[in-house]
Design a protein around this ligand. Sequence first.
Ligand code: ATP
Length: 345
Amino acid sequence: MNSEVIASYNQDKIAIATIGSHSALQIIHGARQEGFRTVLVCTQARAKLYSSFPLASPDRLIVVERFSDLLTDDVQEELLAENAILIPHGSFVEYVGAQAILDRLRVPVFGNKTVLNWETDRRKQREWLVSAGVPVPRNYPDLAAVDGPVIAKLSGAKGGAGLISAANREELQQNLDKAMIDQYTFQEYLIGTRYYPHYFYSKMRDRVEILGIDRRDETNIDELYRYREFIDGSPSYVVVGNRPLVVRESLLPQLLSDAEGLVASSQRLFPPGLIGPFCLEMVCQDNMKFVAVELSARIVAGTNLYPAGSPYSRYYFAGEMSTGRRIALEIREGLQQGRLTQIVS
Ligand code: ATP
């Protein structure tokens, strides 16, 4: 259906659009670097922020009361009139809702929307990781089976909110929200070092790129050594920032083959499979093996570290190449090759 919308678009006036949150500055900045017109749907409270950066301000702001207003007929018509391709990001999925994006969004979205079904449901996400051969932590089937360090998760990406970790079952039971007991997944707590590699699968060039790595700063787990004795209950994992990282070079082959496995299995599980940016949250254990605790099948906020490119993007591209710009480049190449419909849905 979106191929009809794309066919109706003025190919010389394609605009890149997103909603004002998460990685919008980077997406707008990157789209401008590739010469695209840009449109941002944002709330009045954020309009000033997104007009403040001369090189990352959109050509047009569509001000809405709340982000979910993106789905109203008026806003969708405005975006269609702009020949807009929407770039989904974490807040986009969280505020608009995966099901609503699948059922009600008529504006073309970069990437394969079906991936939302596989990313937002923890069980399906795990099936995808396992079928790709990516190591995952052990899940305890229920509370009674917990026999060691554990982290309890509710379904859906929440920026680390609502996670409860504990050294054992007894400690976990004290902190769990009893009313939600059926909705938790109980997972082995991994001891190791966190690496969150950012990838991009380019359909136009048929290759998987690693465009950067970050580690999140999470309150208040990340500086726990400073106040352990003041905290009663589970520490918080809410993400508040990101730090840049590189891995030891001998560890890169595993990070790359895991990403290639994910793309290949996505093509089997939900053709045409994953397109564009994605990220794994990995823990490197003391046997030097990575285990994936989470998969994000879209641009992640950790890429905001690298508007001018990363230590890895430099080995693919001579100039500046953020993930935001990489998306715009893929759209540019799709347009040039008459293959835009292969990379939007
Ligand atoms: P987001 O939506 O932002 O991806 P989330 O709410 O889905 O976050 P996770 O991504 O699963 O939650 O986990 C958030 C953080 O919790 C991770 O960055 C990591 O610090 C920690 N974490 C998650 N799973 C494990 C695990 N099995 N062992 C150790 N730490 C974990």
